[in-house]
Design a binder for this molecule. Structure first.
Ligand code: FAD
Ligand code: NAP
Length: 342
């Protein structure tokens, strides 16, 4: 099958912010053969590329004068691992929806992915920012992945330790357009003692449901319920989840901040540094609920920037920069954007 190369494609329905932007060139890839074809085509035409999954962590700031490749390679299966009999691997291709992979593993009764339930987007994008939620990060469950190096035109297997994972960061996020993730291998556990129940309202919500000995699926269901109650649904209100990362500062800086603002929300890290709740800083700076035109800050979630309908990427970006400047001025803390700006 030949690759369908399209011109001037409107990406509005391809990003959860619902932002208008046109891709000069666009193609959807359904197989590894398509990846090779697209690679040859882009090389011949001399086109830079952008990889796109579900568009839930991108900010389309303007039209894109490049080849946008929507990664839709399907397939997943659970296979035995060579690690131990209690560990299996879920091998999932990049184009599967992350939540489908989570649901599939939980339906089979395996633990591992339950705290990462209901994160939008695709499997292939999950390693890019080392997705995390409810006290678990992808790097804790990822065994290895297969990646296509766009620069060299070669496929590699990378072990988890080779991906430079950090808080919402990785090798892949640092070098966009180079590493196309094709497949991931995730650890699933038949040992149900490994459940993480201590974050936020997970335990209390389980108890409220009368569940003393939860299954992984019980935990996944609870996480879905908590998320649905707290986070805006992009189908209703355009957004890309948390817009800023939680800043991590030195213990000394945190102490100075606490002296000035005793209520500042701090989470001590294992390396001695301190993570601040970016939402608290934005809220205290007075931005929660702010709206200018159709670009705004969510009324309940200060970390979430929203598109009320007709906002452009440039307007969202302008708002984000105003918030960053204000927070630096008020608290001396730099906020880093989480979505990737195209
Ligand atoms: P896209 O937005 O399409 O792409 C994101 C980046 O990954 C881009 O740089 C893109 O080039 C790159 N990319 C995409 N596919 C590939 C591939 N196959 N190979 C290489 N690079 C690729 N994130 C969290 O970490 N935790 C959360 O709890 C969370 N909750 C969210 C809730 C909401 C309501 C929303 C809208 C977003 C949330 N996010 C969260 C952010 C987002 O869902 C994740 O970052 C997700 O992994 C992005 O997947 P995607 O397929 O939509 O990626
Ligand atoms: P929340 O539970 O109200 O917590 C607010 C912030 O405080 C979070 O950012 C979280 O950091 C931090 N926090 C809370 N309890 C913590 C603990 N016990 N230890 C360390 N840090 C703690 O946040 P929420 O907005 O409802 O989101 C719930 C979870 O989903 C969080 O893990 C959040 O990261 C994730 N989420 C992420 C996105 C995204 O786009 N990235 C969007 C929605 C939700 P962490 O973010 O480091 O966990």
């Amino acid at each position: 099958m030949t690759l369908r190369l399209q011109e001037f494609v409107d990406l509005l329905s391809y990003n959860t912010f619902g932002l208008p932007a046109k891709a000069r060139w666009f193609a959807e890839l359904f197989s590894e053969e398509d990846v090779w074809r697209a690679h040859g085509m882009a090389k011949n035409l001399g086109l830079p590329v952008y990889f796109l999954g579900g568009g839930s962590n991108v900010l389309l700031a303007s039209d894109i004068n490049a080849l946008v490749l929507k990664i839709s390679i399907p397939g997943m299966q659970i296979v035995p691992s060579d690690e131990s009999p209690e560990i299996l691997w879920l091998e999932a291709q990049a184009g599967e929806l992350w939540q489908d992979a989570v649901a599939y593993s939980l339906e089979q009764g395996f633990a591992g992915l339950e705290n990462l339930s209901l994160i939008p987007g695709t499997v292939g994008a999950a390693p890019v920012q080392n997705i995390g939620a409810y006290g678990v990060e992808l790097s804790e469950v990822l065994h290895s992945l297969t990646v296509f190096d766009w620069k060299e035109g070669r496929t590699y297997e990378l072990a988890c330790a080779e991906c430079n994972f950090a808080y919402r960061d990785s090798l892949f996020k640092a070098d966009p357009g180079r590493w196309l993730i094709l497949k991931v291998r995730l650890r699933l556990y038949s040992d149900l003692q490994k459940l993480h129940l201590d974050y936020g309202a997970i335990r209390s919500e389980l108890l409220a449901r009368g569940i003393d000995h939860p299954t992984p699926k019980d935990v996944g269901d609870v996480v879905c319920t908590i998320r649905q109650a707290r986070l805006p649904d992009p189908k209703v209100l355009g957004n890309a989840g948390s817009f800023f990362k939680n800043p991590v500062i030195t213990a000394e800086q945190a102490e100075q901040l606490r002296a000035k603002y005793p209520k500042v929300v701090c989470y001590p890290q294992t390396d001695g540094r301190v993570k601040l709740a970016a939402a608290w800083l934005i809220d205290q700076a007075g931005w929660k609920g702010f709206r200018e035109g159709d670009a705004g800050v969510h009324r309940q979630q200060a970390l979430v920037l929203v598109n009320y309908g007709q906002a452009t990427g440039a307007e969202i970006l302008r708002l984000a920069r105003r918030i960053q400047e204000d927070v630096v001025q008020k608290f001396g803390v730099a906020l880093e954007m989480e979505p990737v700006v195209f």
